[in-house]
Design a protein around this ligand. Sequence first.
Ligand code: SF4
Length: 345
Amino acid sequence: MTELLDLDRAALGELVESLGQPGYRARQIWRQMYQRGTIDPMSMSDLPTELRQQLSEVSSSDREPVEVQTSSDGSTSKALLRLGDDELIETVLIRSQPRDTVCLSSQAGCAMGCVFCATGLQGLRRQLTAGEIMRQAILARSWARDEGRELTHVVFMGMGEPLANYGSVSESIERLTDPDGFAMSPRRITVSTVGIPQNIRRLATDHPHVNLAVSLHAPDPKLRRELVPVPGASVEDILDAVREHNRLTGGRVTFEYVLLRGVNDNRGHARRLAERIRGLRAHVNLIPLNPSPGVVGERPSRRATLGFQQALQECGVPTTIRVEQGRDIAAACGQLRGDRVRKQQ
Ligand code: SF4
């Protein structure tokens, strides 16, 4: 059955025409979905009853999350969503005044195999469609609105590698920034990647105002291959693509660096990292590992984390330590899905 969210504007126009309805109805439906967050056609109140019925016969309706967990401090909510083919994905809403951020999944599972990541353990199940990505954004925004808040930021940082699903991610950025759609500024959207050089360049050309975050996690090629065993791209290839992204967009990149105790967290690693990224407009965001069952790595000490930050700052690299929220609901991506799948086995 057709999922309305899986149609782009042209395809939605064709559907409306095939139902014998005037073309302007497509824009109304589009606005209902992306501005009001109404996915069920029967609830699209500004459409005539006949069209609502026609749409509900050809499209599947809204689906509730399978499970929602909210952290004890209320800052983070995590939803487990079931897709049409029973695949499970996670979406996280992070509330931190004045920002409300949704963390979107771009794939069911992930092929990248980062050794410290619960999603990496599951392997790639399949790509998400743009509609499945947008369903997550709509859900998170409706949560925020129900609480009298507004969704302000979007990060592609959930399950999956967004630049390995470029078409759907690019299409969902179009809908997020469409004035008739989510109407969000591209400067409030971040794509976080382990580094697929050709698609970093495409992103710079197609969406120059969208923020780029690159998960580096190691200064040396050998250590990086151990932590992020992505075939193909070397650290140098990735940094070349980031250099070009800097040049094409005039923007600044964020390097994400997950700290693992005794693996990549000493001052020598920090100094070599600073050396590697010298000359780039960049900022480093340190993430002390939030260990999950079955994955590699331990959380670094507070002292090591602060020492790493200090060493980078002494080399002139702007560095922050990620403020962690929702640790009590297993906020690292893939944990909730992994728990559910284990329970089903
Ligand atoms: S950290 Fe991201 S890229 Fe790496 S395995 Fe997990 S989901 Fe994939």
